[in-house]
Design a binder for this molecule. Structure first.
Ligand SMILES: [Zn+2]
Length: 299
């Protein structure tokens, strides 16, 4: 019974004047959470986290953030309206278990401070935020274009590789393992899947998070990580597309479109802080190129 559960969701235990979020009558945490619940969120973590959720308000122009360690949303006054739903998505998808934090598609370790799956998690959070709350303010949809564009693109491609409902289910239940299992059905190599997620996080740090130059001593590592990410995505996409085509799920025209997508991924030039990162030259590219040409000839 959906409705009876929603009524049971607590509002955060905070003083109303602690944050402008609650000074404003037109924003309602409960309504946000009901929307998340209806989208399929894990009700228990929604309810539990909401009980103890705290807000820290900053008057400066810093960035918003969610600290899973003490269940706190940091949100500067000036941007709270545009960013609060993103942070509430983090809060709603967090499950703490001993020294482990499961946050959407990310795993965090309190002891070591290690984060795993940061890129996937931010990409999925930004994607859901746009889908569920894109019209929350007049400017949100427009501003959101700039939020983690690389990570969102990765999610877009992953949606062609694993079913979208698997991504949702993994995120809503803070279950990265489910996504890993799903990717492993295609790769048959768990180490490769883990390496992909780790490489994604490394690339994400420079492309979306800091926009810093890759330091000289990290450039080789960056290029290797970037190549691995491209290879993993394009090769997985290639495997899936052929399967979809053989099973009649997509037609010739769609296959050609998607194969074009594979090529785009592999050919991508990227720049970090104005420095060009070299293009990937991997064997798989040739395979996809040949396949693409053959299909085109037959079509
Ligand atoms: Zn975030």
């Amino acid at each position: 019974m959906k409705n009876s559960v929603c009524v049971d969701i607590y509002t955060p235990q905070i003083k109303k004047d602690e944050c402008s979020f609650f000074k404003s009558d037109n924003i309602d945490v409960l309504n946000v959470y009901i929307k998340l619940y209806n989208a399929g969120f894990n009700v228990e973590s929604l309810r539990e986290n909401n009980k103890t959720l705290k807000f820290q308000n900053y008057s400066d122009d810093g960035q918003s953030g969610y600290r899973f360690i003490d269940n706190t949303i940091e949100v500067p006054d000036k941007i709270y309206k545009d960013t609060i739903t993103h942070e509430l998505l983090h809060c709603a998808s967090t499950i703490l278990d001993g020294h482990a934090a499961h946050v959407g598609l990310m795993y965090g370790d309190f002891k070591t401070g290690e984060l795993f799956g940061l890129c996937l998690n931010e990409g999925m959070t930004a994607t859901l935020d746009l889908e569920l709350f894109g019209d929350y303010t007049d400017t949100k949809r427009e501003n959101e274009e700039e939020v983690y564009p690389f990570a969102k693109r990765v999610i877009e491609i992953l949606e062609l590789i694993v079913p979208r409902h698997t991504l949702d289910e993994a995120y809503f239940n803070s279950d990265l393992a489910l996504l890993i299992k799903s990717l492993n059905k295609i790769r048959h190599n768990e180490n490769e899947v883990f390496a992909f997620i780790r490489d994604l996080d490394f690339v994400f740090m420079y492309l979306d998070l800091t926009h810093d130059d890759v330091p000289e001593n990290k450039r080789r590592k960056f290029e290797k990580a970037w190549n691995n990410v491209q290879y993993f995505l394009a090769d997985s996409l290639y495997i899936c597309l052929n399967r979809y085509y053989e099973e009649g799920m997509i037609d010739e025209e769609e296959l050609l479109d998607y194969l074009e997508e594979c090529k785009t991924i592999l050919r991508a030039h990227i720049e970090v802080g104005g420095q060009k990162i070299t293009k990937n030259k991997i064997r798989q590219y040739k395979k996809i190129e040949e396949n693409y040409k053959n299909r085109k000839k037959d079509a």
